[in-house]
Ligand binder design. Sequence first.
Ligand code: SAM
Ligand code: SF4
Length: 395
Amino acid sequence: MTHRHRYTTGATTMSAGDPGAESRVLRISDTMTTVDLGMPGLAAPGDPGPLGAPLPGDRPHAPGLIDRFGRTATDLRVSLTDRCNLRCTYCMPAEGLPTLPRDAVMTRAEIVRLVGIATRDLGVRQVRFTGGEPLLRGDLVEIVRDVAALENRPEISLTTNAVGLDHRARDLRAAGLDRVNISLDTLDPDTYARMARRPFLARTLAGIDAAAREFDVVKINAVLVRGLNLDHAADLLSWCLERGFELRFIEQMPLDADHAWDRSAMVTAAEVRAQLGERFDLAPDEEPRDGAPAERFTVSGHGGGPRLGRVGIIASVTEPFCADCRRTRLTAEGAVRACLFAHTESDLLGPLRAGANDATLADLWRTAMWGKWAGHDMAAAGFVQPSRTMSAIGG
Ligand code: SAM
Ligand code: SF4
């Protein structure tokens, strides 16, 4: 069947009947925006899609992961497992959560196939493996190696608590991992043990040392909790600056299993800036933010001291960046989540296992993203916390 819908990209105009069309669109997608996509010129809803069936709802034909609000997702987070060896208070309950049966979790081959569809057909350029704790996957190195071997190789990164990373950092680097983000909330062993409910600070620090040896860029993620580690923020920044790590503070989001999150008690980005300001001067970074969730600051000593490095603050709650969101997520069970806070998911693993071809899976993914909402509204009285926790979604 021939399709004659025309996609205008600003640089090129092409027809959906042209077999080279999608790859050309994706090659220029670095600069693609809604305007570039020429949204008004897209085919009418209800027209046959690439699979010959009418597109659901009002979704227009477009190769990438676009939504109704003009955003294009190019950044994929893949949860490799819902299991974890820590029990961070803001993420998991003390007793853990019921874990998925092994056969419900995507296999290495399934992950690589879906990531391949995302990078080849859907315009995804960055892939971050997360969880749960991704280092608990025995085949993590192989997954990274397979994704690095994809034709449209994405930038590959990992978010981890680093427990055990010292044994695998070199292999991960050799397999093609580009960057690592490590979660570390405090340098105090007792506070770490209280926050993670496991006494593993030394193991995390060993993982960080190994990451520093292997990777050019190491970022540290920290969540500040009032009464626990708020007053550790400046020490943590100092430690990171000395080692050349970029520290990012993440506002605590309502994704804990205990539903104990309280808007009035959480540590806000403004408070983080004030805490750090007691020891450092922070100046807004001049590099464009370019859709990045963290607002970055250049750090120097008080009174015009030398530049010491950078720090980022991710103000998901108090200064949400939903309008610039470029994320799409796959849960460990192979479901697309358009937003961390979504209440619905679109299963890809079921259709994949039932024999769906790549074009069908790509189209299911596009439809899931077309349904993405404008944003969460955590500040609103009617905000409903998703039933999944951060560990089960893949942070
Ligand atoms: N286990 C890995 C780790 O901790 O880095 C990867 C998964 S974890 C869910 C990913 C990130 O989410 C971590 O940096 C963690 O601090 C953050 N996180 C977890 N729960 C959060 C919450 N309720 N609010 C904000 N960030 C959270
Ligand atoms: Fe595990 Fe990461 Fe959640 Fe902590 S934040 S419990 S390390 S998944």
